[in-house]
Structure formats: structure tokens, C-alpha cells
Design a protein around this ligand. Structure first.
Ligand SMILES: CCCCCCCCCCCCCCCCCC(=O)SCCNC(=O)CCNC(=O)[C@H](O)C(C)(C)COP(=O)(O)OP(=O)(O)OC[C@H]1O[C@@H](n2cnc3c(N)ncnc32)[C@H](O)[C@@H]1OP(=O)(O)O
Ligand SMILES: Cc1cc2nc3c(=O)[nH]c(=O)nc-3n(C[C@H](O)[C@H](O)[C@H](O)COP(=O)(O)OP(=O)(O)OC[C@H]3O[C@@H](n4cnc5c(N)ncnc54)[C@H](O)[C@@H]3O)c2cc1C
Length: 664
């Protein structure tokens, strides 16, 4: 076996000084989870029907979709068998079936929205009677989640689709009054779904009650024909997500039973009486859930990107460090380590934060279930800024990995463009980056106002009270001092934004204009808060890990420290402005950063091996376990349909006549 493995990678693996298997179990959650994942991967990846003859990249848009549907159906066939045989748990485990989807479908599963949003929305927003009806076996529904319209995605209160109650027939009448009211973007809506959760403005007796969720059948369950009153289709090729079948739908006097409004929270009774939800923001529950999941999703995509980047950089030799010596592995250039190691650290950071957020989410949801909404604003604020920053960082990191692979990283066969397309979408969907930062800023500004007036602050921002005067502790104690410094930055940035709003208001502007004029500062405060949270939670959770061997503990602490010092350097201007840091402290942090790059370097390949992503899931010519980069690049190039003929027809049709015409 090792005879076929690139010699550099063999040497790198010999150098690794920690137990890779142990780290794999930590990333998966436990040894049992690793074993279950591997068993599922072995079984699913051996199914012949799930393999491709022609690389997907050479297929047309239509062929890609059809192939994805074929594989998506087969995949769920296999998946359900695994659940029936108790090999796979029926949960949304990021380490199992989600990983395999990415290998088999290369891009996004066209059924993703059914499992990812349609079913969870019914679970969270429908009453028990509706759940019993819609979640039963044999409901025949393949669904999606249709919220965004051609004219509005961010501003949900501005959505235009209407659901008007007709008391005579006990129905809602759905309409898309204008072109901009068409639902546009929902995944799987084009040609997969026969049903959808739809967000629409509820009207009863001429009165508007705001946006609510409705379950709507779109296509006939037997023929799959669009139902009368419904115009549905697909929206066309995109940067990524090309197998997701994103679609549009418009309604023309389309009727549904009253009982198809999701009624766990708000309700409409038979006589048209409207019962308000305890909190109208509960309608936004599905977005909250997915925002929490996105941290873990980004962690995994980053693991894929950096596995490719690091393995390739170990195999790739270019230039000489010292004259007379052989060409260096590019991984030995410190600038290359600077490009790559932050992605390893960020993947671990987002995995840890994802687990922390999930615990917070389940706790708050249980309290909401008992009627206590107190923690909902804090949960919303946390999920918004963490979703925004993790997805945005994710894109930057994947791009760094691509750049780290030079020209070959630009090839689709490296799969870095594919991973980029997936992560880039997450910056926009489920709440656009800036918009979500501004949501958290709203919460922070309120909290700051509360702190000024002596109010007790929620636990995640309690530190603001202590940082009122922009203090931070001594800088001798690295890396903890960075966390303290970031607290001062958060406090300083909120104060700056707050003062800016006040100053505009004092000059006679109304609050909304003052907010808009201060919004660059507000987003900066929100980003700083997310950065502090990530550093704080990543560091404290890593430090308190028990039952870990010494060497694994050391590498994980090195990665957590690297994350902290990297961001301290990136934000050194902020630290200089708002904390007690000095130039000398920054010089020390820079030295420690470079020291950490050197400490991580011998374990770099081991660290990406510990993400344990199989070649069939990585789908990269540059990142495979055996490091046969050049052989794979040529094998993939040979698959280009253009290489079938020695002379392409265009020569006779165009080039030769052109040469003759211009006497070339
Ligand atoms: C790497 C990735 C790999 C990916 C692979 C796949 C991964 C698998 C995942 C599963 C499948 C997912 C696939 C994703 C497909 C995308 C689906 C979509 O985009 S679906 C479409 C997604 N679309 C979007 O995400 C749309 C984004 N837009 C919005 O969410 C809203 O319009 C808004 C929040 C911006 C404003 O709302 P508005 O009503 O105007 O509210 P105001 O501003 O006036 O604030 C009033 C008060 O409300 C408060 N509050 C607000 N929200 C919440 C909340 N949730 N809770 C609690 N509170 C909340 C707020 O704090 C404020 O409080 P206060 O200050 O007064 O005390
Ligand atoms: C791959 C993909 C899959 C998707 N899947 C689904 C799906 O399944 N179902 C669904 O319903 N939707 C889906 N969407 C839609 C997605 O949720 C929206 O595109 C997203 O919420 C952003 O809304 P928008 O497009 O209206 O952006 P806009 O709000 O129009 O954003 C344009 C610009 O305006 C800025 N902006 C907007 N409002 C403000 C503000 N208040 N303050 C400051 N700046 C502002 C934004 O920051 C941005 O720079 C998907 C989108 C993508 C890309």
C-alpha cells in the first residue's frame, strides 16, 4: 500500500507526533460514532449505481440535475435501509450522510430542502394534529421552503404573497399580486417538490395580520403536473448549488384548506378569529435552526478545503530555499503555512462553536416549549453574528486554500471551486451577512443602553459592564490576554457606534437615519463580538478537554492559540485603539504566531488526515490520501471530451478557412 503513496506524504505521516485516530474520534464525537460513520461510508460508497461514468463537470445543466435526482433517490433508498438495519441513526448527523452526499452528488442534494427545512419546519411550526397528518408515512409529499421572493428576501415583513381567508369555504386564497411577489430561490422547487411551506401575508376580513406559514401542494401527487393556479419552474445556473434545483412559483387564486396554515403558534379559527402567537418571531424559527447548523457545515467544508491545500502543499515542490539544495516542498515556506494553518484552526473553532451553539439552542428551545421566551433575543443575536462570521471566514479560508494550490487549484478537478461555491452560498442564504450583523448590533446597542442604566446583562454580554471604561488586563498572560483585549474591543466598538447614533440624533436626525449613518460602525461592533465569542469559547472548551492524551491536547491547544494570535494580529489596529496593548505586545504576538506555525508544521498532514475525509468524498485531484497529484491531474485531463478526437471539427469548419482568408 505505502509503495503507491507519495514519498513526501509518507515522510510527513512518519513525522506526526500525535495519535491521528484519537483526534478522528474527537472530531466525530466518539469512537463509536467514528465506527458508525466508517461503516456507513463503506456501505454507501460501494453501491455501483451511485458512481458516475462521466465526470459531472462535462454534463449539461439538465443532465447534472437528472443525474443528481437519480443518485439522490438511490442514496435515500440506501440510507433508509441503513436506518431500518440500525446501522445509521435517523438524525441529521453532519459526520455521516451529509459527508457522503457531498461525495456522491459533488454539489448539493436536490432533496436537501425536504429534509433540511420542509420537515423541520413542520416539526417546529405545525400543531400536533398537523404533524400527525403531514409527517405520516404515505403523505406523498416532497417539500421545500418558499420564503424569498423575486423582490424581497431580507425584508420578510415586505413579502407580497397573500393568503386571504374565505370564511364561506373555510379556505385561504393564495395570490402573487405582482411579478416581484413570485417566490424565487427555494431549493428543489423547480422540478422536485410537489409541496412547499410558503410564507405569505395573512388577510382576514380585510385586515392584515402579517407573515405566516402555510403548507401548499404545488404539483399533483401522481402525475407531478403543476396544479391549476400555480406557475412553477427552475431559476437557471448559478455559481454553485447547481444540482439544488432552486425554483420559482407564483399563485393565482389558488385555494388551500384553512387547516393548512401552520398553527402551532398563531391560529385562525373556523369563524375567522385570529389568535396571535405568544411571540410573532417564532415564525422565524426555521431560520434560527439552520443558522445554528451553518457553523458545523462551514467547519466541515473548511476541513475539505484545507485537506486539499495541505496535502498538495506537501507533495508540491517549487523553488529552492537554499541554492544547491533540492526544490522545497511548498509547505515549508512560512507564507504557505500562514495561508493554510488558519483554515485547520478555523475548522476546529467552528466545530467547537457549532457544538456549543447547538447546546445553547436546545436549552433555549426547551424553555420556549415551557412558555419562557426570555432567552430568545440572546439566542437570535448569537446565531446571527456567528452564522455571518463563520460563513464569511469560511469563504476567505477556502479562497486562501485555492491560492495555496497555485494554478492547479483553479481546476474544477481540484474541487476547490466546488467547495467555494457551496460555502459562498451560505454567506447569503438564511440571512445575508450584513443584515445578520445588524440584527446582532440591535441587541448589543440595547444591551449597552441597559448597561449605562445599570441593568443586569445577559450572560454572554455580562462582560460589557466591566469593560465600560475600556480596560483590559495585562498582556503578560498570552493567549488569554487576547480574549480580554477582544472584550475591550467589543465594548469600545459598541460605545463608538452608540455614541455615533446619539450624536446624529442630537443633531436632529431621527433614530432610523442615525442608525443607518452609524451602520458601518454597528456591523464592526457585531463582527468584533462574534470574534470574541469564537476565541473565548474555542479556547475555554479546548482547555477544559479531559480524557485526551498529552500530545493530542498539545496540538489542539496549539491550534486554538494559533486562532487567537492570528486574529489578534489581524485586529491589531482595533486592539491598539480600544485595549491597553502596546506595539511591543503586538511584536510578541507576531513572534508567537510564527513560532506556532513552526510547531504545527510537522503535524500538518496528520492534522488534515484526522479530518478523515475519504477520497471519494473529497473528490479532488490535488488532495487524495495517496498524493498521486500529477497522475490524477493527467487522468482527469484525459477525460475531457475534447480529447476524444485528435483533430477537433472546429479546425475544418472555422480555423482553416480563417487561416486561408487571412493568409496566416
Ligand atoms: C457550508 C455550508 C454547507 C451547506 C450545505 C447544506 C447544509 C444543510 C443545511 C440544511 C439545508 C439548508 C440549505 C439552505 C438553503 C437556504 C434556505 C433559505 O435561505 S430560506 C430563506 C432565509 N431568509 C432569511 O434568512 C431572511 C432574513 N431576514 C430575516 O430573518 C428578517 O427579515 C430580519 C431578522 C432581518 C428582520 O425581521 P423583522 O421582522 O423585520 O424584525 P426587525 O428587524 O424589525 O426586529 C424586530 C425584533 O425581532 C427580533 N428578531 C428578528 N428575528 C428574530 C428571530 N429569528 N428570533 C428572535 N427574534 C428575532 C429582533 O431582534 C428585534 O428585536 P428587538 O430589537 O425589537 O428587541
Ligand atoms: C444558494 C441559495 C439558496 C437559497 N435557498 C433558498 C430557499 O430554499 N428558500 C428561500 O426562501 N430562499 C432561499 N434563498 C434566498 C436567500 O435566503 C436570500 O437570497 C437571502 O436571504 C438574501 O436576501 P436577498 O436576496 O433579498 O438579498 P438583499 O436583501 O436584496 O441583499 C442585497 C444587498 O442589500 C443589503 N441589504 C439589504 N437589506 C439591508 C439592510 N436592512 N441594511 C443594510 N443592508 C441591507 C445586503 O447586505 C446586500 O448587500 C437562497 C439563496 C441562495 C443564494
Amino acid at each position: 500500500m505505502s509503495a503507491n503513496i507519495n514519498k513526501d506524504l509518507v515522510r510527513e505521516r512518519e513525522k506526526c507526533n500525535f495519535d491521528i485516530q484519537e483526534l478522528i474520534h474527537i472530531i466525530d464525537g466518539s469512537k463509536e460514532k467514528t465506527l458508525m460513520r466508517k461503516k456507513v461510508e463503506d456501505l454507501v460508497l460501494s453501491v455501483e449505481d451511485l458512481k458516475d461514468e462521466i465526470p459531472e463537470d462535462y454534463l449539461s445543466h439538465k443532465e447534472k440535475f437528472e443525474n443528481a435526482v437519480r443518485k439522490g433517490c438511490k442514496l435515500f433508498d440506501v440510507y433508509l435501509e441503513l436506518i431500518d438495519n440500525n446501522i445509521q441513526k435517523a438524525d441529521r448527523s453532519p459526520s455521516n450522510i451529509y459527508r457522503i452526499h457531498e461525495g456522491i452528488l459533488k454539489q448539493v442534494n436536490p432533496f436537501l430542502l425536504h429534509f433540511g427545512l420542509f420537515i423541520p419546519t413542520i416539526v417546529n411550526q405545525a400543531n400536533s394534529e398537523q404533524q400527525a397528518k403531514w409527517l405520516r408515512k404515505g403523505s406523498k409529499m416532497i417539500g421545500t421552503y418558499s420564503q424569498t421572493e423575486l423582490g424581497h428576501g431580507t425584508f420578510l415583513r415586505g413579502l407580497e404573497t397573500t393568503a386571504t381567508f374565505d370564511p364561506e369555504t373555510d379556505e385561504f386564497i393564495l395570490n402573487s399580486p405582482k411579478l416581484t411577489s413570485y417566490k424565487f430561490w427555494p431549493g428543489g422547487l423547480g422540478h422536485i417538490s410537489n409541496a412547499s411551506i410558503v410564507m405569505a401575508q395573512l388577510h382576514i376580513n380585510g385586515k392584515s395580520h402579517g407573515i405566516h406559514l402555510f403548507l401548499i401542494q404545488i404539483r399533483d401527487f401522481e402525475t407531478h403536473e403543476p396544479l391549476p393556479g400555480i406557475k412553477v419552474g427552475e431559476i437557471g445556473p448559478k455559481l454553485g448549488f447547481n444540482t439544488a434545483n432552486n425554483g420559482f412559483v407564483g399563485f393565482n387564486n389558488y385555494r388551500i384548506p384553512r387547516t393548512n396554515m401552520l398553527m402551532k403558534n398563531a391560529q385562525v379559527l373556523r369563524d375567522g378569529t385570529y389568535i396571535k402567537s405568544k411571540n410573532d418571531k417564532l415564525t422565524y424559527g426555521s431560520m434560527l435552526l439552520i443558522r445554528v447548523h451553518i457553523l458545523t457545515d462551514v467547519a466541515y467544508e473548511l476541513a475539505r478545503a484545507v485537506t486539499i491545500g495541505v496535502r498538495y502543499s506537501a507533495v508540491r515542490h517549487q523553488s529552492v530555499l537554499k541554492e544547491g539544495e533540492p526544490e522545497s516542498q511548498v509547505l515549508d515556506y512560512v507564507t504557505q503555512q500562514h495561508k493554510l494553518f488558519i483554515s485547520i484552526a478555523s475548522s476546529h473553532a467552528f466545530r467547537v462553536l457549532g457544538q456549543w451553539m447547538w447546546k445553547t439552542y436546545t436549552k433555549v428551545m426547551a424553555e420556549i416549549g415551557d412558555g419562557n421566551m426570555d432567552q430568545l433575543p440572546e439566542l437570535h443575536a448569537l446565531s446571527c453574528c456567528l452564522k455571518a462570521v463563520s460563513s464569511y471566514d469560511g469563504v476567505q479560508c477556502v479562497e486562501r486554500c485555492r491560492l495555496a494550490c497555485g494554478g492547479h487549484g483553479y481546476l474544477l478537478s481540484s474541487n476547490l471551486p466546488g467547495v467555494y461555491g457551496i460555502v459562498a452560498a451560505s454567506v447569503t442564504y438564511e440571512g445575508e451577512y450584513t443584515v445578520l450583523l445588524l440584527q446582532t448590533a440591535r441587541y448589543l446597542v440595547k444591551a449597552w443602553n441597559g448597561a449605562i442604566n445599570g441593568k443586569t446583562l445577559p450572560s454572554s454580554i455580562a462582560f460589557l459592564s466591566d469593560n465600560f471604561n475600556q480596560k483590559s488586563s495585562s498582556w503578560d498572560n498570552l493567549p488569554e490576554a487576547i480574549i480580554e483585549g477582544f472584550k475591550a474591543v467589543v465594548a469600545g466598538k459598541i460605545k463608538t457606534a452608540f455614541d455615533s447614533i446619539q450624536s446624529h440624533v442630537n443633531k436632529g436626525r431621527d433614530f432610523e437615519d442615525a442608525w443607518n449613518l452609524s451602520s458601518v460602525k454597528l456591523t464592526a461592533a457585531s463582527e468584533a463580538y462574534a470574534r470574541f465569542l469564537i476565541c473565548d469559547v474555542f479556547w475555554s472548551e479546548t482547555k477544559k478537554m479531559t480524557n485526551v492524551s498529552k500530545n493530542v491536547a498539545v496540538v489542539l491547544l496549539q491550534l486554538a492559540e494559533l486562532y487567537l494570535v492570528y486574529w489578534a494580529l489581524e485586529k491589531s489596529g482595533d486592539l491598539l485603539m480600544y485595549s491597553t496593548i502596546s506595539k511591543k505586545n503586538i511584536d510578541n504576538i507576531q513572534s508567537r504566531y510564527e513560532e506556532l506555525l513552526g510547531l504545527i508544521r510537522p503535524n500538518a498532514v496528520g492534522l488534515v488526515d484526522a479530518f478523515d475525509i475519504r477520497d471519494e468524498i473529497l473528490c479532488s485531484t490535488l488532495g487524495s490520501y495517496d498524493g498521486r497529484v500529477y497522475e490524477r491531474l493527467m487522468e482527469e485531463a484525459a477525460k475531457s471530451p475534447l480529447n476524444k478526437d485528435k483533430v477537433n471539427d472546429t479546425f475544418h469548419k472555422y480555423i482553416k478557412p480563417f487561416m486561408i482568408k487571412h493568409k496566416l
